[in-house]
Design a protein around this ligand. Sequence first.
Ligand code: T3D
Length: 278
Amino acid sequence: MSELPSAPTAPAQAAEPLVLSSAHAGVLTLTLNRPAALNSFTTALHAELLAALDAAAADPAVRCVVLTGAGRAFCAGQDLADPAVAPQAGAAPKDLGDVIERWYAPLCLRLRSMPVPVVAAVNGVAAGAGASIALGCDMVVAARSASFIQAFAKIGLLPDSGGTWLLPRLVGRARALGLALLGDKLGAEEAQRMGLIWQCVDDEQLQPAVRALATRLAGMPVKALVGIRAALDEALLMDWEDALANEAAQQRRLGSAPDYREGVQAFAEKRAPQFQDR
Ligand code: T3D
């Protein structure tokens, strides 16, 4: 049998990354990039985001991470059409606990244990796990047109990705329950007013405001900033005496790091400090 020449194949198209990454002056910006599905999470997006965060954590040049979304949304939570998790007619229910243990919990733990501050730049709607993930970042800046939706109850679920932990701590039990039970859209201005987020800015100011904030954080002693994050979270679970003891232990650790020496020396010499620790 004669061999036929094989048909020409189209050049392989590089798939668009699900997480866009750009670095400037110590600030790494990670952009969730599934705009047609409002940056909702598939397992592939989870995998790319975790890998990007792991790489940032290991890179000494990264001193602040910004998380944002492409297009008109920050993130609409779980992709409800993803066959890996969506209920299928006639099939046994998917084990959502597995999905959370495999993907969402590691992501939340990764974000909370980053060795640098993490800023959420909420450019549009943040719903379901998307809202929890934004609120779990160290500082949340939102565009005035952005919104936060605890969408879980509307589909028969409860707030995950840290939502049950974060909401009452951020806004108190009454508001946490109101937000989580009703799942209504909460505008960015109101979110700032009730203390759910750090700041709401005009839409066209979101990028410059986040850039300025992230650059400022990157120039600070990030080892201390991360210690502050941990100590505040830990103190919520401690009594007064234990919090004082923890402060002493953490201050002992930070006080022996080069950044403390540099900070005090720069103060004495009336110059800007150059912090290096991570
Ligand atoms: O594994 C597990 O399930 C457990 C973990 C759960 C964690 C969770 O996050 S549960 C909560 C899941 N998220 C939601 O329930 C939110 C669903 N989305 C919405 O309620 C609305 O889309 C928004 C309020 C976020 C925005 O509304 P709107 O009117 O601005 O946009 P839209 O027209 O609804 O959506 C635009 C497109 O994005 C649309 O696609 P189309 O019709 O243009 O092809 C829509 O289907 C798609 N989209 C939005 N959210 C999701 C989504 N596709 C898949 N999954 C989504 N979550």
